[in-house]
Design a protein around this ligand. Structure first.
Ligand code: UT7
Length: 337
C-alpha cells in the first residue's frame, strides 16, 4: 500500500463577507390575489408577506448569483482569483447539467475554481456553509464562495393558492475562509424523508416528456406544497434544532445577538422565537415581509439586510437555521463578518 499524503487546512473557518442581489421588480399582494382568489389581508395575516421580488427576463440564476458574489468577494477583501471553490445551493437552475456553479466561476473570472451545485432546497445555503467550513478546515480549498440562489417564479404555478403568494426570487452569497478562532460552529443537520411529498416538483420530467407507450403531460412540473403540515413541523421541530446548534457551539441564549431563520413565513419565525425563549435583546431577521420566501437565498439575503441596517454588527454571534423540501434542515452559529 503506497503512503498517501493527507490534507491539512486552516485551524478554523469563518464567514469573511456577505453579498446580495434583489430583483428590481417589487410585486405587491394586490398583483397576486386575483389569480388565486385570495386577499392582501389573508396573505399578510397567514404569512406576514406584503410584497415580494420577482426576477425579470435578464435576472437569470447565473446573473443574480454573479452580482451577489462580486459584492461578497469585495467585502471579504479578496480578489476573485483567491476563490478556489464555489458551492451553489439552488433548485431552480433549470438545466439538469452542467452545474450553474461552473458558469458562475467562469463569469466571475476565477482561476478555474472547483465548482458544483447542491440540492437541499430552502436549507441549501446552511448546508453550503457547513460544507465550506469543512472544506477550509480540511485544506481542500482556502476560500469557498457559497451562493444561495432561486428564480422560483420559473417553476411556480401562479394560479396555485398554496404557493403563488409565498415564493420569490433572489440571490445571496458568502465567502468562507481561514480563521485563527472558530467563526462557524458545528452544523446540526438532518432530514425526514417520510415527508418527501410535502414540498416537491409535482411530477418527474419523464412524465412530462412521455415515452413510446405513454404520452407525456407536456406541462411544466410546478412546485407544490402542502403548507399546513410543513408549517406545523417547522414551527415546533425547528426550535429544538436551533437550540441544539447553540448547544453544539457552546453559546448560551444570553450570548446570542442575532437570529436569522429561513424566511418562510413570519408566523413560523415568531413561533420559533417563542419556543426557543429568545431574550428580547436578540435581533430577529424579518426580511420575508417584503422579500417573500426565496428558498436557498433567504438566509443570506436576510443576513445581508440586517448587516446593511446595522441590526447585525461585525463580531456579533448569529444563529442561522434553514428548513424545507425533503424535508431537510441545517443550523449553525456563526460570527457576523
Ligand atoms: O420554504 C420551505 C418551507 N415552507 C414553509 O415553511 C411554508 C410553511 N407553510 C406556510 O407558510 C403556511 O402553511 C401557508 C402560509 C402556506 C398557509 O397558511 P395556513 O395557516 O397553513 O393555511 P391553510 O393552508 O391551513 O388554509 C387555511 C384556510 C383554508 O380554508 P378553510 O378550510 O379554513 O375554510 C384554505 O382553503 O385558508 C384557505 N386558503 C386560502 N385563502 C386565501 C388557502 N390558501 C389560500 C389563499 N388565499 N392563498
Amino acid at each position: 500500500m503506497a503512503p498517501i499524503t493527507g490534507t491539512t487546512g486552516a485551524p478554523h473557518a469563518r464567514i469573511l463577507g456577505v453579498g446580495a442581489y434583489r430583483p428590481a421588480r417589487i410585486v405587491p399582494n394586490s398583483e397576486v390575489v386575483d389569480a388565486i382568489d385570495s386577499s392582501d389581508e389573508w396573505i399578510q395575516q397567514r404569512s406576514g408577506i406584503r410584497t415580494r421580488r420577482w426576477a425579470g427576463p435578464e435576472e437569470s440564476v447565473q446573473m443574480m448569483s454573479v452580482e451577489a458574489s462580486r459584492i461578497a468577494i469585495e467585502r471579504a477583501g479578496l480578489d476573485v482569483g483567491q476563490i478556489d471553490c464555489i458551492v451553489v445551493a439552488t433548485v431552480s437552475h433549470l438545466l439538469q447539467t452542467p452545474a450553474v456553479a461552473t458558469a458562475i466561476a467562469h463569469e466571475l473570472g476565477t482561476d478555474g475554481a472547483a465548482a458544483f451545485d447542491i440540492s437541499a432546497a430552502c436549507s441549501g445555503f446552511c448546508h453550503g456553509i457547513a460544507l465550506a467550513s469543512d472544506i477550509v478546515r480540511a485544506g481542500s480549498a482556502r476560500h469557498v464562495l457559497v451562493v444561495g440562489v432561486e428564480r422560483l417564479t420559473d417553476i411556480l404555478d401562479l394560479t396555485d393558492r398554496g404557493t403563488a403568494f409565498i415564493f420569490a426570487d433572489g440571490a445571496g452569497a458568502a465567502v468562507v475562509g481561514p480563521s485563527d478562532t472558530p467563526g462557524i460552529g458545528p452544523v446540526v443537520w438532518g432530514s425526514d424523508g417520510e415527508k418527501f411529498d410535502l414540498i416537491r416538483q409535482r411530477e418527474d420530467w419523464r412524465d412530462v416528456v412521455g415515452s413510446d407507450t405513454q404520452p407525456g403531460s407536456g406541462v411544466m412540473p410546478h412546485l407544490t406544497m402542502q403548507g399546513n403540515p410543513v408549517f406545523r413541523w417547522a414551527s415546533f421541530a425547528m426550535a429544538k434544532i436551533g437550540q441544539q446548534a447553540l448547544d453544539a457551539a457552546g453559546v448560551s441564549l444570553d450570548e446570542l445577538d442575532v437570529f436569522v431563520p429561513h424566511q418562510a413565513n413570519m408566523r413560523i419565525i415568531d413561533a420559533m422565537a417563542r419556543s426557543m425563549k429568545l431574550p428580547e435583546s436578540v435581533r430577529i431577521a424579518r426580511d420575508v415581509a417584503d422579500q417573500g420566501n426565496t428558498s436557498a437565498a433567504s438566509v443570506p439575503l436576510a443576513l445581508d439586510r440586517m448587516m446593511a441596517e446595522g441590526e447585525a454588527r461585525s463580531g456579533d454571534t448569529a444563529l442561522l437555521i434553514a428548513f424545507g423540501a425533503g424535508l431537510s434542515y441545517a443550523a449553525q452559529v456563526v460570527t457576523v463578518p
